[in-house]
Design a protein around this ligand. Structure first.
Ligand code: DUT
Ligand code: MG
Length: 242
């Protein structure tokens, strides 16, 4: 069957070397192509580590992670990078131009594709305001670009790459509510057919998600839609109240 981007965790346990308690404990879930899976939970719950495991920044001690049935540790990091795009919690820009940063995941993207990704990522206006537009220089680490702009460029970079799987690690909480809403309204078309996993802080970011995983202390302590969790899950109810 053609590659589709289904992610499957089965009983995944991971701890950092020397730590007594695992950071991810017995996590199982499936993220389906064409669907949005959201992950929510307090700071330190293990959300970032869970995403990083998919990219093999580290490997679990127990359990398995597969993409379309193939163990991720059978893929090379280059294959993984072509399949999965991560927008990290602290996005990083490279020394170069806005265009070279956006083309990081797919060097043959044309300018029209870059502008389209910027439009979706709500970054079009500020790039148009730059004297050199797409060719505006960016310093290493992106120190001449604001934090919010860096976030939007990082989101646009993932969109340009057109992967099978998108991982957004807390990519929307720094945006104001209106921008967050505009971005999420534009996202489904731009990521159509892909597997989308969104780590979020604001419940409003993920109410439409097909599946929400609630994490606490390295465990998935709830799963369901917003309405299901609101009715049944105390941890989720607490997050909604806070
Ligand atoms: N941790 C380490 N070493 C690392 C990264 C994380 O010990 O290099 C620990 C800290 C925390 C747990 O792993 O107890 C989970 O961290 P993670 O960054 O996954 O938490 P989060 O859910 O992403 O928190 P936040 O909402 O603050 O981003
Ligand atoms: Mg995190």
């Amino acid at each position: 069957s053609p590659a589709a981007g289904q992610i499957k965790f089965e009983n995944v346990t991971f701890g950092f070397p020397g730590a007594e308690k695992p950071v991810i404990a017995d996590a199982s879930f499936v993220a389906e192509p064409g669907k949005t899976t959201a992950i929510i939970g307090s700071t330190g719950a293990g959300k970032t580590v869970l995403l990083n495991l998919m990219l093999r920044l580290y490997d679990p001690q127990e359990g398995s992670i597969t993409i379309d049935g193939a163990p991720v540790d059978a893929l090379t990091r280059a294959q993984l990078a072509r399949t999965v795009s991560l927008v990290p919690q602290r996005p990083y820009l490279f020394g170069g131009t806005i265009a070279s940063n956006l083309r990081f995941g797919r060097t043959d993207a044309n300018d029209a594709e870059l502008w389209e990704a910027l439009r979706v990522a709500q970054g079009e206006d500020f790039v148009r305001e730059k004297e050199l537009g797409l060719e505006e220089p960016v310093s290493q680490g992106g120190t001449n670009v604001s934090g919010g702009q860096r976030q939007r460029l990082s989101i646009a970079r993932a969109l340009v790459a057109k992967p099978l799987v998108y991982l957004f690690d807390d990519s929307f909480s720094a945006l104001d509510v209106a921008t967050d809403a505009r971005l999420r309204a534009a996202l489904p078309d731009a990521t159509e057919g892909a597997t989308t996993i969104i780590v979020a802080q604001r419940v409003s970011t993920i109410t439409e998600a097909d599946q929400i995983l609630v994490m606490e202390g390295g465990e998935i302590v709830g799963r369901g839609t917003h309405d299901e969790l609101l009715a049944t899950n105390e941890v989720y109810q607490e997050i909604v109240r806070s």
